[in-house]
Design a protein around this ligand. Structure first.
Ligand SMILES: *Cc1c(COP(=O)(O)O)cnc(C)c1O
Length: 375
């Protein structure tokens, strides 16, 4: 029968799509739900984008984001061949799943009866970025979610071995570091231990929030043969709208991603904005400091109101609110025109994830919380 629904692959038909945070257009709403940067791009970045908007929009952009890759290579002390640029780091993640994990249906066809299930395994810690399971499902890979420790700490390789759930041969391991949505920072030494313990497969360290952390693991991408480090211009560099992310790693891994991407995967204005951003790093570093200062202030204020605030190395905090269930707090804060994020998952349902905004936005959140508590 030619009904539309049976024209769709069963895998796609049954898929649960990723649920992004809301982007409502309500006047006066303070938006602290999707970890966007509260500060605008540097004036010269805006000027560069505006100057590029003319008749040239009819032309295709550079297909390999060459200029941007050269600048990033200089920044990270590697070669352009070590850099892959994507349409946001979300695209980098999606391509990594496709490049390194075998769809489980195809496994026995390719490798026969002895097929090694690990070749299909995409594994990640729980909680972490909720896009990972969706990407694995889209590809028909095998998901292996592994719980983090108490307060979202990273298990050591020895603990992972004892737990018997982590697959040391998994085709792809996705590690959000610092962790989202907990904000928990991981030591580079601990991540190196994990990468070293992995016998086969690629480890992708998703460093979307690294600029707000005390240390980062970028050096591991150039040191290990099986490690990619993904970064994005979205959060720290105020460019969510432009969709530019990248990863760093061995040239062979980068070349594999390059083979399977769309021909013009990174839009031209995005390339221009990202390149201009790299000329203004002092502006952004000052913003990181402002956000970190506000984050620490917000943590202290909410703690004084009996929230249990987890230490954060990111531009958001995870906090367990007092008195009412977190889901009710979401609604009550919305009533005060403040939007935060709440996740239904059992390990997160008692918490709110709150993006660190400007000092004024953070103060408004604290004032609203006080009002809710004393109503
Ligand atoms: C926001 C985020 C991304 C995606 O960033 P884009 O570059 O905007 O696609 C990737 N990973 C994590 C953990 C994020 O929070």
């Amino acid at each position: 029968m030619k009904t539309p629904s049976n024209l769709i692959r069963p895998l796609v038909h049954n898929l649960h799509a990723y649920v992004p945070g809301e982007q409502p257009k309500i006047k006066g709403l303070i938006k602290l739900n999707t970890n966007e940067n509260p500060y605008p791009p540097a004036p010269r970045v805006l000027a560069a984008v505006k100057a590029a908007v003319d008749g040239r929009l009819r032309l295709y952009p550079n297909p390999t984001a060459q200029g941007l890759r050269e600048k990033l290579a200089k920044l990270h002390g590697c070669r352009p061949e070590n850099i892959f640029v994507g349409n946001g780091s979300d695209e980098v993640l999606a391509l990594a799943v496709r490049a390194f994990a075998e769809p489980s249906k195809g496994l026995s066809a390719i490798f026969g009866k002895q097929a090694d299930r690990s070749k299909s395994v995409v594994q990640y810690f729980v909680p972490s970025y909720s896009l990972y399971p969706v990407l694995a499902d889209i590809h028909g890979a095998v998901k292996n979610p592994v719980m983090l420790k108490f307060d979202f700490a990273l298990p050591s390789p020895a603990e992972l071995k004892r737990g018997r759930q982590w697959d040391f041969n998994a085709a792809l391991s996705l590690v959000t570091t610092p962790n989202a949505p907990s904000g928990c920072g991981y030591r580079t030494a601990a991540l190196a231990e994990l990468c070293r313990a992995q016998k086969r497969g690629v480890v992708l360290l998703d460093e979307a929030y690294a600029d707000f952390a005390a240390e980062n693991a970028l050096a591991l991408a150039l040191k290990f043969p099986n490690v990619l480090v993904a970064r994005t211009f979205s959060k720290a560099y105020s460019l969510c709208f432009q969709r530019v992310g990248y990863c760093v790693g061995q040239a062979e891994l980068v070349a594999a991603l390059d083979k399977i991407r769309d021909s013009y995967n990174v839009n031209g204005l995005g390339q221009i904005a990202a390149e201009a951003t790299l000329d203004e790093l002092d502006y952004y570093r000052a913003n990181f400091q402002k956000i970190i200062t506000t984050r620490e202030w917000l943590g202290r204020e909410l703690t004084a109101l009996d929230f249990r605030v987890l230490p954060s190395q990111t531009n958001f905090i995870l906090a367990r609110p007092p008195l009412f269930p977190a889901e009710d707090w979401l609604a009550k804060l919305r009533g005060q025109k403040i939007l935060v994020r709440w996740f239904r998952a059992p390990e997160l349902k008692d918490f709110l994830r709150i993006t660190v905004g400007t000092p004024a936005e953070a103060a408004a959140l604290v004032a609203a919380a006080r009002k809710i508590l004393h109503a």
